[in-house]
Design a protein around this ligand. Sequence first.
Ligand SMILES: *Cc1c(COP(=O)(O)O)cnc(C)c1O
Length: 392
Amino acid sequence: MKSYNIDSNGFYGEFGGRYIPNEMQACVEELADIYQPIINSPQFQQEFHTLLRDYVGRPSPLYLARNLSQRYGCKIYLKREDLNHTGAHKINNALGQILIAQKMGKKRIIAETGAGQHGVAVATVCALMGMKCEIFMGATDIERQEINVKKMRMLGATVRAVTEGNQTLTEACDAAIKEWCEHPHDTYYLIGSAVGPHPYPDIVARLQSIISAEIKEQLAAHEGRDYPDKLVACVGGGSNAVGTIYHYIDDERVEIILAEAAGKGIGSGQTAASLSVGKQGIIHGFKTLTLQDEQGNPMEAYSISAGLDYPGIGPLLAHISSQGRSQVVAITDTEAIEGGFRLTLQEGIIPAIESAHALAALEHLTFRPDEVVVVTISGRGDKDMSTYLQFM
Ligand SMILES: *Cc1c(COP(=O)(O)O)cnc(C)c1O
């Protein structure tokens, strides 16, 4: 059987690894040595799962969407990460990593954020654990994401404005990494998606794998078999998708469909479709597919949804899609908005515009009547109301 697992150097096939400056090696190695023993310890598992249940509200429901099922002529289940505390899957990862930081004896958490969703999740778990929290955010994003900045401050975090370059996510990542290198002993860097230098992609994958662990149990109860025919998820950096597929990666009975953001179209230059049009490159400390111009210079990503607006992709997803294990569907802004309205009107669920990309992917697929399909709804759409309203 083919395996898509990570190797001991943190590579998934040719993607992943660790491409970082020397000053950072010690911090990352300390984490690489200790993350598996911590995550596998009964004490960590017990604390993590108790908080997932009582604080996050897990397990999130697996809901048989009857109206959508009728439309597509098969059984469509929705994995409801939108019902988690703080409204998306990001809290699973933030909670797991802060427990790791505590076990490592760290006193202070730093993180980067673009749209502010990860920043809010981190500020939330820092308030819960009574830990000091500093969020690095581009000055441009601070202006664009006022509510999330206010939430982070209300939760007791310090939001540090980054004024280099374009003053957005990439510069915020660089600033957070620099801060970590300068304070390696007391500080933990809490990454927001299945990206970054090894071991971060594997840490985030293991923490988010709760999503597919629950899907297995819930499908067994609903359908009498613990696997679906198709899994569908949207991809920014890839954490909700990796969580959705984790326990099925080596199970070839399960088709994997990844919905990435085409933005205005994959050939338009205004896109975030790194699986469809990206080339091999290095970004934020790992090798993956990145958006580049004809000369190979890094290009900015564009998508209507801030959470998918990332110029790379997690290494596991780059690997499985290059191996043909997953099917990639690039969804335009317009298709995503239509997908969001469809779910709202047919099921009474307003999804995040990120998640609406996964729903739009259903329009590109064909189904047999006996097929069981699981679509992950990564988050709720409250944060996106002003964007949706522009299309009403
Ligand atoms: C951040 C976010 C995403 C994209 O991140 P992944 O790491 O690719 O999952 C998707 N959906 C929602 C609701 C988000 O907040």
